[in-house]
Design a protein around this ligand. Structure first.
Ligand SMILES: *Cc1c(COP(=O)(O)O)cnc(C)c1O
Length: 234
């Protein structure tokens, strides 16, 4: 398979949708509960337009500057595209993010949440937020430990520019399937506790190109897929 052939984006999207459908059916979950975020970081505008033409509406980007350029070029042409920031967010970029994105999945401290809320333009709906949780406990990874996530969720409830939607995690890269599964399940447990307290919480963002089946089996509602749609990144 020539995975970098641009004309294959629609085909790859279909393959990913098929994988999601199969995983949903195997765990007896309604397919409508599982959404696909196409991760377009480092990929050109033309690739995003191909994915859009094939029906994809939600896109994920990691780097603020790159993302803003894409959003500014695409937004007028395709007003129903939705943009998620899934990469780290520094405070000096928060205003641009609050003005251009629909979702930020990497909130892990109150300070940044407060800035995003204050800087969210009043003509836009509240910014959708996922708290990033570090389930693997690796010190190299950003994200909250589970107990901190519940505390931060409580503080977010008072911020009018934000709408808390759920949790996001990037598990450690491991071939140990059981270990990965236990991390996904720990996240699912935390998500269920949050959803009981906060009625808007409906999003559990976990699973990528290589592990989306297990993520769906463990309760993911949003899989973030880059390589399997757009090909390998340089
Ligand atoms: C790049 C990235 C993805 C997509 O990863 P693939 O393995 O290419 O599917 C998903 N989530 C995050 C946070 C990423 O940075």
């Amino acid at each position: 398979m020539v995975i970098n052939d641009m004309n294959n984006i629609a085909q790859h999207l279909q393959l990913v949708q098929d994988r999601i459908a199969k995983a949903a059916s195997e765990s007896s979950r309604p397919l409508g509960d599982i959404h696909l975020l196409a991760v377009s970081k480092t990929k050109p505008i033309a690739d995003i337009e191909q994915a859009y033409a094939a029906g994809q509406r939600q896109f994920g980007e990691n780097y603020v500057q790159e993302a803003i350029e894409k959003i500014q070029q695409l937004t007028h042409k395709y007003p129903d595209m939705r943009w998620h920031l899934i990469g780290p967010l520094q405070s000096n970029k928060s205003r641009q993010v609050a003005e251009h994105f629909d979702w930020v999945q990497t909130v892990d401290r109150l300070k940044i949440a407060q800035r995003l809320s204050e800087q969210r333009p009043s003509h836009l709906p509240p910014l959708n937020i996922c708290l990033q949780v570090n389930v693997s406990g690796e010190s190299s990874k950003s994200g909250l430990i589970p107990a901190e996530a519940l505390a931060l969720a409580a503080s977010l409830a008072d911020l009018p520019g934000l709408r808390l939607r759920g949790l996001m995690a990037i598990p450690e890269h491991t071939d140990d399937v059981a270990r990965l599964e236990s991390q996904f399940l720990e996240l699912k447990q935390l998500f269920d506790r949050m959803a009981e307290i906060y009625p808007d919480v409906d999003t559990l963002s976990m699973g990528m190109s290589e592990d989306l089946e297990m993520a769906v089996a463990c309760g993911s509602t949003l899989v973030r897929v880059g390589t399997a749609i757009f090909g390998t990144r340089n």
